[in-house]
Design a protein around this ligand. Structure first.
Ligand code: HMG
Ligand code: MG
Length: 306
């Protein structure tokens, strides 16, 4: 089993988007930019920086256009943003961003609450978004939320996850990220659902996105590694959650994943302490502790001044 673990893992940072969309307090645009630019110096190659969604749905990210337009490009780093429809794509194109992500789910009720469409409707909209984005040189990622458990419908079928993932890839997304939106999955769920997906899709087309509500995210990453998955979405400091998924808490902390990968000799190219320093930018603005265990460990060596 161990011999089949990947030698290199891509850490896909979602803190500036998944993390900040769920904060009660809206973080200032300048602080967001400092956070992202610090993250860009840590060795991360993929950073999801914001969402071009309705400001009524997610007021915390209403400054998406300004954030992207003020960011300095960093060699080797791709910035990405969520886009739910053509209106969002227009703003994404205007911003000059290199990558976007469309997002649906494997359960109807969640899609309805999150983006006010049904699954079929979301796929129709995304087809237009992808076809319009590509000629602008924008690459597109796809999310399948509630990949294991839905906060409204409970258990989610592995067949549904596979069907939607396949359709997104056929439409032209370069990768699907399967979300444990409420952080309820166990490693056996990962084996079952992702094992089934791997019978239909190559491992490099699949990323895993674990929230850590019930403390199983790291175990779930290990289950994913054993299946040969080598892209994991994490959030600096362990920030995160979705306002339309009741009870969802933060993503697995980037610092925590880096610690485990380093310890296992799996290369990510990301520097743990540098991510901690980037997370500090947000901790200072929010005046609170962040959930990541490595963040807490490093902080106790270097107490924050409020
Ligand atoms: P709707 O109300 O059906 O949209 O919302 P609409 O087309 O009827 O428009 C309503 C208003 O929004 C109009 O403005 C539009 O112009 C405006 P008004 O005329 O009332 O002033 N509007 C927009 N404005 C800016 N950008 C846009 C946009 N679209 C419409 N793109 C909609 C539908 C999809 C827009 C809305 O429900 C929405 O924005 N939802 C986003 C929700 C969201 O961001 N959720 C969190 C991200 S998903 C997540 O966290 C899960 C993930 O992390 C993976 C996992 O953990 O599983 C990815
Ligand atoms: Mg998420």
């Amino acid at each position: 089993m161990v011999s089949s673990l990947p030698e290199h893992v891509t850490v896909f940072e979602v803190g500036p988007r998944d993390g900040l969309q769920n904060e009660f307090e809206t973080v200032s645009t300048g602080t967001k930019i400092r956070f992202i630019e610090q993250l860009a110096k840590t060795g991360l190659t993929q950073i999801e920086v914001t969402s071009f969604v309705s400001p009524k749905a997610i007021p915390q990210l209403a400054d998406a256009l300004e954030v992207v337009m003020r960011l300095h490009a960093t060699r080797g780093v791709t910035y990405s943003a969520l886009v739910p429809n053509l209106k969002g794509l227009e703003r994404a194109i205007e911003s000059g961003i290199q990558q976007i992500a469309v997002f649906t789910a494997a359960s109807e009720t969640f899609v309805q609450k999150n983006i006010r469409m049904d699954i079929e409707g979301s796929l129709r909209v995304f087809k237009e978004v992808i076809d319009t984005a590509k000629p602008h040189g924008i690459s597109v990622r796809g999310y399948v939320s509630t990949g294991f458990v839905c906060p409204y419908e409970g258990e989610v079928s592995k067949e549904k996850v596979a069907e939607i993932s396949k359709r997104l890839l056929e439409m032209g997304v370069y990768q699907v990220s399967i979300g444990d939106t409420i952080g309820a999955a166990s490693p056996l769920d990962v084996q079952k659902t992702i094992g089934h997906l791997l019978a239909k899709l190559p491992a490099d087309k699949i990323a895993l996105h674990f929230h850590d509500t019930y403390g199983t995210a790291m175990a779930n990453v290990y289950a994913g590694l054993q299946l040969g998955i080598s892209t994991f979405d994490t959030s600096a400091g362990g920030l995160g959650g979705c306002p339309y998924a009741p009870g969802a808490s933060g993503n697995l902390g980037t610092e925590d994943l880096i610690y485990m990968l380093d310890r296992m000799g799996i290369h990510s190219g990301v520097n743990l302490e540098a991510v901690f320093h980037a997370s500090e930018v947000i901790a200072k603005e929010l005046h609170r502790e962040l959930p990541s265990r490595q963040w807490k460990r490093l902080r106790s060596k270097d107490p924050l001044k409020s």
